[in-house]
Ligand binder design. Structure first.
Ligand code: ATM
Length: 233
């Protein structure tokens, strides 16, 4: 794990801190498709970290800033696809990264630099999964924007809540769907395959949690996976 501090220790004062400023916080992200219980588990992770006396900032993408939340509304509004012509996939990708540029520069980087931990409900893995794979725009375009917008910033730990899209569809069938959730099933199979491939390629960073189990089991697995990732090597 590319940690700049002992990850189970909350940022604390030290002799070197006076010279170099606070130890940089850890950047954690949570990913998963709709219907996996992402919001519930975000709360579980936040409580776990606070229980370890870790000062954590919880945020989300797209969003996390006033500008980002306005961009989020544009991105998820079904009217954008009911208009003629519908939102172009490149416009969608660039809006994701426009929101991210503001989020990284004004929220995530300052918090990490101040020694706070950051827990984000989604980050750039979602752009690879939804735009790169779901929309079939490819990894290279997303990777170019990733470098442009984030420089070297990458999550230290990513928890991926994995669920077969066929089960997810049943779970969210009754709900009103936003613009992206209205996509066809094959889209969500590509999204899942991409997440699993990214997790396999970066096992140090990723932990996969089986989200098909009951809520309590998923919550226990989330805490266990996080604790294992945060243990000093
Ligand atoms: P949440 O519902 O998890 O807040 O995410 C909103 C949508 O944004 C979600 N849609 N679905 N289904 C995933 C999508 N999204 C992207 O397509 N690309 C991104 O880079 C991000 C951060 C989210």
């Amino acid at each position: 794990m590319p940690a700049s501090s002992s990850p189970t220790q909350p940022p604390s004062s030290s002799a070197s801190e006076e010279d170099d400023g606070p130890l940089r916080g850890q950047f954690l992200t949570l990913e998963g498709s709709e219907g996996v219980g992402k919001t519930t588990n975000l709360g579980v992770i936040e409580r776990y970290l606070r229980g370890q006396n870790i000062d954590v900032l919880v945020t989300r993408e797209p969003g996390g800033t006033a500008l980002g939340e306005r961009i989020r509304a544009l991105l998820l509004d079904v009217a954008a696809d009911e208009s003629e012509p519908p939102m172009h996939q490149m416009a969608e990708l660039l809006l994701m990264f426009a929101a991210r540029a503001q989020h990284v520069a004004t929220v995530i980087e300052p918090a990490l630099a101040a020694g706070r931990w950051v827990l984000s409900d989604r980050f750039t893995d979602a752009s690879f999964a939804y735009q790169g794979a779901g929309r079939e725009m490819g990894n290279a375009t997303v990777a170019t924007l990733e470098t442009l917008v984030q420089g070297s910033l990458r999550p230290d730990v990513t928890l991926y809540l994995d669920l077969d899209p066929e089960i997810a569809f049943k779970r969210i069938a009754e709900r009103e769907h936003d613009r992206i959730e209205r996509e066809e099933r094959t889209f969500f199979h590509r999204v899942r395959d991409c997440y699993l491939a990214r997790a396999a390629a970066e096992p140090e960073r990723f932990a996969i949690v089986d989200a098909s189990l009951d809520i309590e089991s998923v919550e226990r697995s989330v805490v266990a996976a996080l604790a294992a990732k945060l243990l000093p090597a």
